[in-house]
Design a protein. Structure first.
Length: 624
């Protein structure tokens, strides 16, 4: 027992090598000692030696099958090894064995949430004190994972009335409000959070980022300038300052900030991302050499290296070195795929097909949807016409930004950009339908549809008659949009799938787009989007306007006039002069749409035919 006590002391002190020696000594005397096996398994887990951890922890569990501590660590090893089912079963069993032990139960419940099991994560904490701030935060995160951000927000709002001095609660409230696009509330909550804890410059930077999320770039600029004036010189701070300058159209200042960021941290991925887009042609060769050297060193997180590789590839492409760019894009996507996999984020083709089939079942072509509410009524005779959304949808990189810029030439149109509001409204609605809390689409009455419209409008500030919503993935909800907003134009952007997929493959997309980093996944996702849009055209044939990116690029005025007329707007020649306007844009395509319409993007995929064989083969398989 002397060795075991020594092992515990060394382990608690973080002296893992000494602890391992002591645990080994215990096993030399008692080969099946559960404490020693558990200790060695935990050390292996800490060192990310997951196979070794699994081996020791399975032996420990055999000796103590009802120990929740052992089971939590064993399930963690399973998760890291990609043994998802075993991990889920392990954490669920650990919850049963913990019998209300708050810390251990929350640990297991948090892991279940990471494994995309929000229902189980909610059930896991049912026996705990529901007023405990940590439990409330966990429940809020779980409901958010289910798409029920409103429930998450309500829970956090309720707990702040009783527990007003817990900064963690206010930070979670700020995040939930931000996701729901309630930015005034999010900013207010974040300010309260900052007041409840010691000053931390990281919070100031997070506040500036929150302002950017809320498209309050003047407030973001003031916040980041204050941080810089107080002596903050981190790469993160300079990169945020560059974002603000870029959004204001001051590219020279943005580049200055980005170079300062890279002086602080040579492998800062976001700084490279923005600098690659803003760099002048004369600077490209030096930047390519510098970025390539930094990438080859291999410093930084996988996320940073992935961003650096994407940035390097785009700079190589600008110099028409397509062979080098192709190689770099393959590396970038491999790194992103590895990064996503480590987070447990993987594209599931079967799950995508099941989800899209469920959407189709909600809206069969034979349905009668003529009862949709008009936008000037909430079903009770109350005026509710604040603005009409114009939806521009399709796969990412299909030309949605270009159409938005054209329509933005009308003073009656606010350019909303990529709004996530419709996705949240849809997620909440379908979640309620599945629980029997709302009627299915064919049973909806005008007042029901009006409620959805009101939910959408409530989180979008707009003072003009129209606002564009160019979130590409709204293609999933075209029929729901048609019924919720019967006067809203729906513009479906089509583009050569080879160009769309190649363009996506050359950019790092957020975690919500895991299909983007694999060529066969890309082809599958594109095919599913086409099948779904074909269904929507059967459901609401007069509501959706097809626009070909290629035709728009080749015949800009003719196609633009057609789009403008479809939206019920007045044509103006200035609509094609969007590249001369200093509009704020928050998307990848920002710099591209500061140029006149051109055909340079058509056929871009041909430069990468050799490297895109898996993509082209898959597209051919799907008949695309």
């Amino acid at each position: 027992m002397q060795y075991l006590e020594q092992a515990f002391r060394f382990h608690d002190a973080g002296k893992l090598d000494d602890a391992k020696i002591a645990y080994d000594a215990v096993l030399h005397e008692q080969a099946e000692n559960v404490d020693a096996l558990y200790g060695l398994g935990t050390i292996a887990l800490q060192r990310k030696e997951y196979d070794t951890a699994k081996s020791f922890l399975e032996k420990a569990r055999a000796g103590a099958p009802n120990s929740p501590e052992i089971l939590v660590n064993l399930a963690s090893a399973y998760r890291q090894l990609g043994l998802t089912k075993q991990a889920i079963d392990g954490f669920a069993r650990a919850v049963e064995l913990a019998r209300g032990h708050t810390a251990l139960t929350l640990m297991a419940a948090t892991e279940l949430l990471k494994l995309h099991e929000p229902h189980k994560a909610i059930q896991a904490v049912a026996s705990l004190d529901q007023s405990d701030p940590k439990v409330v935060i966990h429940l809020a995160r779980s409901h958010a994972a289910l798409g029920s951000w409103g429930t998450a927000l309500d829970a956090l709002m309720a707990v702040t009335k009783h527990i007003k001095d817990d900064p963690a609660v206010w930070r979670e409230l700020a995040q939930a409000a931000g996701y729901l696009r309630k930015y005034d509330l999010a900013v207010e909550a974040f300010h309260t959070y900052m007041k409840l804890k010691p000053y931390d410059v990281a919070d100031t930077l997070a506040l500036a980022d929150l302002y950017l999320m809320g498209r309050m770039h003047h407030e973001a600029t003031a916040t980041i300038e204050k941080a810089l004036a107080e002596g903050e010189t981190s790469a993160v701070a300079y990169t945020i300052a560059a974002k603000c300058a870029r959004l204001s159209g001051d590219y020279a200042l943005a580049k200055q900030y980005l170079r300062s960021a890279l002086c602080q941290k040579r492998y800062h991925g976001q700084a490279w991302q923005y600098l690659a887009d803003l760099a002048d042609e004369d600077d490209l060769s030096a930047l390519i050499q510098d970025c390539d050297e930094q990438l080859s060193i291999g410093q930084g997180q996988i996320y940073d290296r992935s961003l650096m590789a994407f940035s390097l590839g785009r700079m190589q492409e600008r110099q028409k070195d397509y062979t080098a760019a192709a190689k770099t894009f393959l590396l970038a996507n491999a790194l992103q795929k590895e990064d996503l996999s480590a987070k447990g984020v993987v594209y599931d083709p079967e799950a995508t097909e099941i989800y899209y089939e469920r959407l189709r079942r909600y809206f069969p072509p034979i349905g009668d949807y003529s009862t949709a509410a008009r936008p000037d009524s909430d079903g009770k005779g109350q005026a509710d016409r604040t603005f009409t959304p114009i939806f521009i949808l399709g796969m990412p990189r299909s030309g949605t930004t270009l159409v938005e810029k054209i329509l933005g030439g009308d003073e009656a149109v606010t350019m909303g950009g990529e709004l996530e509001t419709m996705e949240m409204v849809a997620a909440s609605y379908f979640w309620d339908v599945e629980r029997g809390k709302r009627p299915q689409p064919r049973q909806m009455h005008p007042a029901d549809w009006a409620v959805l419209a009101k939910e959408y409008r409530a989180s979008i500030p707009c003072s003009t008659p129209f606002i564009t919503d160019k979130m590409p993935h709204n293609f999933r909800h075209a029929a729901l949009i048609s019924q919720t907003f019967p006067d809203s134009p729906i513009i479906y952007m089509r583009r050569d799938p080879r160009d769309v997929c190649q363009s996506i493959f050359s950019r790092q997309f957020p975690d919500g787009h895991p299909y983007s980093c694999d060529q066969e996944w890309l082809a599958h996702m594109y095919h599913q989007s086409v099948l779904l849009m074909e269904h929507w055209k059967e459901v609401c044939p007069t509501r959706i306007m097809d626009v070909s990116y290629e035709q728009l690029a080749k015949n800009p005025e003719q196609e633009a006039r057609r789009i403008v007329a479809f939206c019920g707007l007045e044509w103006s020649d200035s609509m094609l002069d969007f590249h001369t306007r200093n509009d704020t844009s928050f998307t990848f395509s920002e710099l591209q749409v500061r140029q006149p319409i051109n055909v340079k993007g058509i056929g871009r995929w041909r430069h990468y035919q050799t490297e895109l064989v898996p993509l082209l083969t898959a597209l051919d398989h799907y008949g695309l």
